[in-house]
Every structure is written in structure tokens, then in C-alpha cells.
Design a protein around this ligand. Structure first.
Ligand code: E4P
Length: 217
């Protein structure tokens, strides 16, 4: 399973990229709004840092296929690595179909059922984003959805990649890897949490103490 970082925060993207663990970035209207900066400016900056798929979502206020196609073409023109993120609706599928047939990569987002994922794949999506954490929030096991989609895509020979999204903690990450997700898009805070283990910290302290006891500082 590969990693993308799920943020529009430039400092967090730089930190994750410097570790060498991510190969893409996902953003959404809430993450862009959190930064309070111009969409195009933020996206351009991200493309200059990470050399991999960068998902930029169509404006949350655009809900018709025509509008999504127009904006999708503008987003795709920003950089060759751009992936257009489209919400999972009937209009979104129409837009996905048109954009994909133009050779533009689409990430269909806000996936909460296996049928939605299958429809998006058939409409030509390069990526689907099932939201794990938001399902867990309503007491539905999000990891179960990742397993279902992975099995269906394998059996149908579909090449659409599964991006496990709405990841809230390190356990989600392990669960997604075991469930067959191709990619997990992870907030920087969770990447940091994944680096830690109390026995690693204790081991570092013991090595320091043993070294100092014989050789000093
Ligand atoms: C996915 O691409 C979304 O940006 C994101 O993972 C949503 O996560 P949230 O449910 O924590 O907002």
C-alpha cells in the first residue's frame, strides 16, 4: 500500500515529502478553506513539492456535470500530475465519464458503498476514495467497505485504484493495508503517530545511557 498525504498545508506536505514516504497529495474544499488561501496558488505550490498524483476537488458549490467538466479541465491544466476530484453523484459520474475520456484522471470522492465504487470505476475513474473514518463515526465498520471494494475490483479486473480516505489513526492505516487498499491518504499528524513506539523511545534512551556510561558525552 502506498501513501498520499491528506492536507493542503504546505509545511505538512514538505515534512511528509522529506521523509520520502508519500507519493501523492489529496485535498478537498474543507482542507483548502482551512488554509484560507487561493486554490490555484496552493495547488501550484503543492505540485512544485510532490512529484505524483495531486487531487484537487471541483468547487463545492458546483453540482452540475457541465460545471464540473469545465472546472475539471481548468484543474487538469494546472499541472500534468493533477487529478480531478469529483463527488459521487449521478452528475459527478457524467463528469467523470467525460473527463476520463479526455485522458484526465478522476478521483471519485465521498464513496460510502461498494456499489458507488463500482459505478465510479465503470465511469472511468482512475481512483475511488472510500471514507473510512466517517463510516466509523456512524458505527459502520469502514474497513469492511475497503475489503468489499478490493474484492469486487479484483474479481472484475478493474484497474481503478482504491484510496482509503478519512483516516483518523494508525490502526486505520494497518487495517486498510490488510484490507487491500492500494493507497491510504493520511493526515500528517497520523504519519507522525505511525513513526512512534514506546519501545523505540526506551531503546534510544538505553543506547544513550550505555554509551555514556563507558565513553561519556
Ligand atoms: C479524502 O480525500 C478526504 O480529503 C479526506 O480523507 C476526508 O477526511 P475527513 O473525514 O477526516 O474529513
Amino acid at each position: 500500500m502506498k501513501f498520499f498525504v491528506d492536507t493542503a498545508n504546505i509545511e505538512d506536505i514538505k515534512k511528509a515529502n522529506d521523509m520520502g514516504v508519500i507519493c501523492g497529495v489529496t485535498t478537498n474544499p474543507s482542507l483548502i478553506a482551512k488554509e484560507g488561501r487561493d486554490f490555484n496558488e496552493v495547488i501550484r505550490q503543492i505540485t512544485s513539492i510532490v512529484d505524483g498524483p495531486i487531487s484537487g476537488e471541483v468547487k463545492a458549490t458546483i453540482t452540475d456535470a457541465k460545471g464540473m467538466i469545465e472546472e475539471g479541465c481548468e484543474i487538469a491544466a494546472i499541472h500534468p500530475n493533477m487529478v480531478v476530484k469529483i463527488p459521487m453523484t449521478a452528475e459527478g459520474l457524467k463528469a467523470c465519464n467525460v473527463l476520463s475520456s479526455k485522458g484526465i484522471k478522476v478521483n471519485v470522492t465521498l464513496i460510502f458503498s461498494a456499489n458507488q465504487a463500482l459505478l465510479a470505476a465503470r465511469a472511468g475513474a482512475a481512483f475511488v476514495s472510500p471514507f473510512l473514518g466517517r463510516l466509523d463515526d456512524i458505527s459502520v465498520r469502514g474497513v469492511g467497505l475497503i475489503k468489499e471494494i478490493s474484492k469486487i475490483f479484483k474479481e472484475a479486473g478493474l484497474e481503478t485504484k482504491i484510496i482509503a480516505a478519512s483516516i483518523r489513526n494508525p490502526i486505520h492505516v494497518t487495517d486498510c493495508a490488510l484490507a487491500g487498499a492500494d493507497i491510504a491518504t493520511v493526515p500528517y499528524k497520523v504519519i507522525e503517530q505511525m513513526t512512534r513506539h514506546p519501545l523505540t523511545d526506551a531503546g534510544i534512551e538505553k543506547f544513550k545511557d550505555d554509551y555514556r556510561a563507558v565513553f561519556g558525552e
